[in-house]
Design a protein around this ligand. Structure first.
Ligand SMILES: Nc1nc2c(ncn2[C@@H]2O[C@H](COP(=O)(O)OP(=O)(O)OP(=O)(O)O)[C@@H](O)[C@H]2O)c(=O)[nH]1
Ligand SMILES: [Mg+2]
Length: 206
C-alpha cells in the first residue's frame, strides 16, 4: 500500500467554522497530552499537527484530508480531554465545541481512542468509553508511549489491559511515537475499519 496523501483541510475554533459533513471522519480522542497530535503526524508522516509537552496544546478541531489508494477521508484531531489546569470557562467552551461538532455529524465512521500505555485506561478513559457507548460509536483503541515501558514488560502489560475487557473494533494497537512498522499496520487497520463502516452505512440506507 502506498503512503497516504494528506493536507490540513480546516481548523475550527467554533461551531461556525466546522465544515459540513462530507467524507468519512475518523476522530482522535483521548486525555490531554496522551499523544493524539503526535500519532496523527506519525500516520501522515508529516508535521502538520502541533505537538507540545505541555497538556492543552490543541485548542481547535483540526481536519486533515487523507487520500489512500482505496478511499478518501478525514482524520480529526480534537483538543485533549480532561485537562484539569484549564479554567472552568475554558472547560465549558471545550465541551461546547465538542458537542457542537458531534451534533453536526450523523456518520462519523469511528473514534480512535488513545490510552497511555504506562497507565492503561484511567477513570476519564472510562468516562469517555461510556460517552462513546451512549453515542453507539465504534472505537479503535491505540496505546501510546509504549517506548516508556521496557520491551520485556510490554507483552504482559498489554495482556493485562486486554484482560480487563477493552472494547475495540480491532485488537488494540501499541505505538511508540514514530515507529514506521507499527504505523503501516495502524494505517491498514484504519482503512479496513473505514471500509467496513462505509459498507454498513450503505447497507442501512438501501
Ligand atoms: N515517548 C513518547 N512520547 C510521546 C509519544 N506520543 C506523544 N509523546 C509526547 O507527549 C507529549 C504530548 O503529545 P501531543 O501529541 O501534543 O498530545 P495531545 O494528545 O495531542 O495533547 P493535547 O493537544 O494537549 O490534547 C509530547 O511531548 C509528545 O512528544 C510516544 O508514543 N512516546
Ligand atoms: Mg493535540
Amino acid at each position: 500500500m502506498s503512503a497516504w496523501k494528506s493536507e490540513l483541510f480546516c481548523t475550527a475554533f467554533n461551531k461556525e467554522q466546522i465544515p459540513p459533513e462530507s467524507l468519512p471522519e475518523v476522530v482522535f480522542l483521548g486525555r490531554s497530552n496522551v499523544g493524539k497530535s503526535t500519532l496523527i503526524n506519525a500516520l501522515l508522516a508529516k508535521r502538520l499537527a502541533k505537538v507540545s509537552s505541555k497538556p492543552g496544546k490543541t485548542r481547535s478541531i483540526n481536519f486533515y484530508s487523507v487520500t489512500d489508494d482505496s478511499c478518501s477521508f478525514y482524520l480529526v484531531d480534537l483538543p485533549g480531554y480532561g485537562y484539569a489546569a484549564r479554567s472552568a470557562d475554558e472547560r465549558r467552551s471545550w465541551w461546547r465545541l465538542i458537542n457542537d461538532y458531534f451534533a453536526m455529524r450523523t456518520k462519523i465512521s469511528f473514534a480512535v481512542h488513545l490510552v497511555d500505555f504506562r497507565h492503561g485506561p484511567l477513570a476519564n478513559d472510562a468516562e469517555l468509553t461510556k460517552w462513546l457507548d451512549s453515542r453507539e460509536m465504534a472505537r479503535l483503541v491505540v496505546f501510546t508511549k509504549a517506548d516508556k515501558i521496557s520491551p520485556g514488560k510490554r507483552k504482559a502489560q498489554y495482556n493485562a489491559f486486554v484482560r480487563t475487557g477493552i472494547d475495540s473494533v480491532l485488537p488494540p494497537f501499541m505505538t511508540c511515537g514514530v515507529n514506521d512498522i507499527s504505523m503501516q499496520k495502524l494505517r491498514d487497520g484504519i482503512i479496513r475499519v473505514i471500509q467496513e463502516m462505509t459498507r454498513l452505512d450503505e447497507a442501512e440506507t438501501h
